[in-house]
Design a protein around this ligand. Structure first.
Ligand code: CP
Length: 334
């Protein structure tokens, strides 16, 4: 299998050793790897404080007043970018959404020179999405001591705020994690969502984590010790309490031979009402979005009572408010 990554930033830290300050406080959020159960639980608990009932006014605070957040998305995004913008605005920050297509990156400016330029304008928190492995950690390692870097999606390897919002959604519906069977189904090999969710679930002590995919879209068996790698959907979702469907990440697959035919994929790995009869009767259905309706998930299932997809989106804003507030506190304490 061939995965699209840049070698420029490879073989550097994955960020786990960079994200805490000397006092053990969260300074950057680069990966869920290395965060303790207590640290993840604290972020989930804080997120709950930022949720308000549907139809009621959103929660606001001035936790980020005087702070400036820059969204640097070098890959497309709807949910993550919009929710970081809303989260920062609701906390009173100034928000800069850099249009990367018309920025000086298009004229060859390096990522670090872009960061240094915005640092000089007193940006405090950089929210970064990039297709290359290692970019968020590379920036964190080279940026000013006065800034924080938040990973908003890194190649195939990490999407920590997505992982947190998935954990929060599961916790809301299922309570504790110890007795849960969670099946993540689809293109596991290229999914940063699967990696971060799996890392968080394992840290929180999930009972049974199943990563279900065609063999050509599986992770190496030693990537996530504690997870079971399965290649048959019915085995994978049998009695599962949570079923998370993933899209195939065509943009990260170089070799066309690694991509199954869509009809065959939908038939063998698509989640449908019929297939969900095998899961636990009260199982929830998740998807990080964007959805390919009719391929990895039956369209009517995505909109059914079992689906918590829109709750995941709502939780995304709250989780990002919690993360922004936390790193802002760390910056203020320096
Ligand atoms: N789940 C997720 O990262 O969605 P976006 O690509 O729309 O941000």
């Amino acid at each position: 299998m061939s995965v699209t990554t840049s070698s420029e930033f490879s073989n550097k830290s994955d960020g786990a050793d960079l994200q805490l300050d000397a006092n053990g406080q969260l300074r950057h959020l680069l990966t869920l790897r290395g965060l303790s159960r207590a640290q993840i639980t604290d972020l989930l608990d804080q997120s709950v404080e930022f949720l308000s009932p549907p139809g009621s006014p959103v929660i606001r605070s001035n936790a980020l007043q005087g702070r400036t957040i820059a969204n640097l998305f070098f890959e497309p995004s709807t949910r993550t970018r919009a929710s970081f913008q809303l989260a920062a605005t609701r906390l009173g920050a100034d928000v800069l959404n850099l249009d990367v297509n018309t920025s000086s990156r298009a004229k060859g400016e390096s990522i670090l020179d872009t960061i240094y330029t915005l640092q000089a304008m007193q940006v405090d928190i950089f929210v970064v999405r990039d297709a290359s492995t290692g970019v968020p950690a590379y920036i964190a390692d080279n940026a000013s001591e006065f800034v924080s870097i938040l990973n908003a999606g890194e190649s195939t390897v990490a999407h920590p705020t997505q992982g947190l919002l998935d954990l929060l959604t599961i916790r809301q519906h299922k309570g504790s994690f110890e007795n849960l069977a969670v099946a993540i189904v689809g293109d596991i090999a290229h999914s940063r969502v699967a990696r971060s969710a799996a890392e968080g679930l394992l840290t929180l002590g999930v009972g049974d984590l199943r990563l279900v995919s065609p063999p050509e879209l599986a992770l190496d068996s030693d990537t996530l010790p504690g997870a079971r790698l399965l290649h048959d959907l019915d085995t994978g979702i049998r009695d599962a309490d949570v079923v998370m469907a993933l899209r195939i990440q065509h943009e990260r697959i170089n070799d066309i031979d690694d991509i199954p035919g869509m009809e065959e994929y939908a038939s063998n790995f698509g989640i449908s009402h019929e297939r969900m009869k095998i899961a636990a009767p009260d199982a929830i259905v998740m998807h990080p979005g964007p959805i390919n309706r009719g391929i990895e998930i039956e369209s009517s299932l995505a909109d059914s009572a079992a689906s918590v997809i829109t709750e995941q989106v709502t939780n995304g804003v709250a989780v990002r408010m919690a993360v922004l507030s936390t790193v802002a506190k760390t910056l203020a304490a320096q």
